[in-house]
Write a protein that binds this ligand. Structure first.
Ligand code: OAD
Length: 239
């Protein structure tokens, strides 16, 4: 399955593209989420991510995150691929999460590209790498940057061989992540979309539920449990 910002919307994390509340409604991606933007104004970029990090730390997983975490334990093979950097799936209890766009809680050195866990609080914004003196930045994928090594390969392989693919809370416009449901369609999977708004995928999905994830995902979980209770056998589906 693939999740996007919409799965965290009900936790209070703004999405990127929703017209009124989306993050990109107030900020231009090229001002904040590119290596060039960071070189131009590292302080602005660091502070924007610091604000988002604080926001994320102050919210909780919602019923959709919790239901997905429980679903993982019901299937022998279950792959949760997320574009989100908020770590809410893991905080809800999901164990196997493929993070395509990194994680906002981690910090790495801009020059060395290595994750660091500590730095000296010298008052520098952004702080500096204690090894090389380079600037520190969030460990997230910016526009024009490559995805974490191997992440897209694992996500693509899982999508191509799954029986059921859920696409939840994503506008399905940012590639390569947006290619995954189409990969699943080509592999013969049943593709289910959950999104209150139509997306480029909606027409091709086998089922498109125009509903909020926090309402429908727990219902889906309840239905899976009910069906398993009836058959007494582990489900073969592989969302
Ligand atoms: P978007 O902001 O593009 O899309 C969020 C989607 O969630 C929209 O289609 C909404 O209709 C839907 N949505 C809103 N509330 C929802 C709810 N309660 N339940 C279900 N769906 C809901 O976010 P993403 O598709 O995740 O990348 O964006 C993809 C990438 O673009 C992000 O990972 C980020 C951004 O630029 C990087 O920063 C690299």
């Amino acid at each position: 399955m693939l999740t996007g910002a919409g799965v965290s919307a009900e936790s209070g994390v703004p999405t990127f593209r929703d017209a009124q509340s989306g993050l990109w409604a107030d900020f231009k991606p090229e001002d904040l989420a590119t290596p060039r933007a960071f070189r131009r104004n590292p302080r602005l970029v660091w502070e924007w991510y610091a604000w988002r990090r604080k926001l994320v730390a102050g919210v909780n997983p919602n019923p959709a995150h919790l239901a997905l975490a429980e679903m993982e334990s019901l299937f022998p093979e279950f792959h949760l691929v997320t574009q989100n950097v908020d770590g809410l799936h893991q905080r809800a209890g999901s164990r196997e999460v493929i993070e395509l766009h990194g994680n906002i809680t981690r910090v790495k050195c801009f020059d060395e590209d290595t994750v660091v866990s500590t730095w000296n609080e010298t008052g520098d914004v952004p702080p500096k790498c204690t090894r090389c003196g380079g600037l520190l930045r969030p460990d997230v994928v910016w526009f024009e940057e490559a995805l974490p090594e191997g992440a897209m390969e694992r996500a693509g392989a899982a999508s191509a061989r799954c029986d059921v693919f859920l696409s939840i809370g994503t506008s399905t416009v940012v590639y390569p992540a947006a290619s995954l449901p189409y990969e699943a369609l080509r592999g013969g999977a049943t593709v289910v979309e959950i999104n209150p708004q139509p997306t480029p995928l909606s027409e091709q999905a086998h089922h498109a539920f125009p509903l909020a994830a926090g309402a429908i995902v727990p219902e889906l979980l309840a239905e899976i449990k009910r069906l398993r209770g009836q058959s007494g056998a582990p489900a073969k589906a592989n969302p």
